[in-house]
Design a binder for this molecule. Sequence first.
Ligand SMILES: [Zn+2]
Length: 321
Amino acid sequence: MLSFLLGCLQPLATIASGLGKDKKLFILIYHQVLDEADFMRPGEVDKQAFTWQMALLSRYFNVLPLPEALAGLQQGTLPPRAVTITFDDGYADNLHNAVPILKSFGLSATFFIASGYLDGGRMWNDTVIEAVRACSLPQLDLTAIGLTSYDIDTPQKKRAAAQQIIKAIKHLPYPQRLECTRYLEQQVQSLPDDLMLTSEQLIQLQKSGMEIGGHTVSHPIMAKLAAADAKAEVLDNQLFLQQLLATKLRYFAYPNGKPGDDYLPEHRQLIADCGYQAAFSTRWGVADKHSDIWQLPRFTPWDTTPLRFMLRLIRMYKSGN
Ligand SMILES: [Zn+2]
């Protein structure tokens, strides 16, 4: 079935085959590969979707490991339709679900790890998602922490409430955001502590042939931190991962990653000074030889059908964003 579906894309692949002259690089960004689609996490792929996406990429594109892709970008020797795959944050499903699928197609990827959440940690946005999911009341009253009261009596309303809460507290100063997530934790019996990789699993991920990169310790909005704190976030993460993995980290991804909002020019300099070779933003786009190696653009392929996925890649290749 998958092979039939992908075969139907042959005419598009013929169009795409003319795209090689421009020497551009698609840098895809993923976070999770879920066991199954999850109504609380509509932006994440599941194993089935990730499988057809990798099948499509390996059939019609040139998926390169990051070092090769960047060398090709800098030297003007990229093959046509070059793609490289990245994952941010360090979810456990990266090892359980993404790696076996990647390996089944002979592909590798780069995983940027927020080291403070290894071994049982949970990112604040996941605390929001999981607390709203676990809450059995028809309404979640958060007026005590300066938010509102949310209807959560259907899956759709739960999803909407979690997204609204995340949006409302995302850019709060850290102590206030922590107060909100602590309050949410108190509203439910228990929350998962196995969403992220353990240190041991991260070693396994690396041993499976995957590249590991830095992503700060606690995934802060660097633009909101004092210079010394931003530096400590970057250096502590780098030092910890390098010791754990007995290797030098080569690449870094800015947490959240929007230039100007989430990190500033001084952070670009900080990363360049830390011994990294390249860094990645979440600015939506396709990299080419003019791209700044310290803030390479990426994008998330969230399309839900092979046809749309393919069309988006072709359109982005032509327009650059
Ligand atoms: Zn991240």
